[in-house]
Design a protein. Structure first.
Length: 155
């Protein structure tokens, strides 16, 4: 899973760089004569959504996703493990359902295109589909290979 993590981190870093560059271009266009490139803002917004989905699996694998860590300080280790397994199973189920819907959107034949770029909308669901599938895989792996949480991490 290390190479998957490295790839996810590289994709996330690339998307963050693209977003930053597009926002700089968009801000610079305000001070230049002539019209601006509308597609820079549209692509930056899509990039933010893509980065969110692309990094979800990476954050899940490192246990750095947004969670409430209250149960990690429960005195009973079996209780902590039970709650963690339940949470991982729920995340896997939800991500699998969302991936199924994203797959349907990727395959859907539609004439809808993006306003500024003019690209078919179905293309933009490929990265969320991949991110959701990787998050599902990481959730299933976490069920069978638990991460250190709470007290175990500080010990």
């Amino acid at each position: 899973m290390r190479w998957v993590s490295r790839t996810e981190a590289a994709v996330g870093g690339l998307l963050l760089t693209v977003i930053f560059a597009l926002m700089l271009v968009q801000a610079g266009q305000r001070y230049l004569p002539g019209g601006g490139w509308v597609w820079t803002g549209e692509l930056a917004r899509f990039g933010l959504v893509w980065m969110t989905f692309a990094m979800a699996g990476y954050l899940m694998g490192r246990d750095e996703h947004v969670t409430l860590k209250v149960i990690d300080y429960a005195p009973s280790r079996p209780l902590r493990r039970t709650v963690a397994v339940f949470a991982d199973v729920m995340v896997a189920i939800v991500c699998l359902n969302l991936a199924y819907e994203a797959f349907g959107l990727v395959l859907e034949q539609t004439s809808q295109t993006t306003p500024a770029l003019g690209l078919p909308v179905g293309y933009f669901y490929v990265i969320p589909l991949a991110g959701l599938l990787l998050t599902t895989v990481r959730s299933v792996v976490a069920v069978f290979r638990p991460r250190a949480t709470g007290k175990e991490r500080t010990a």
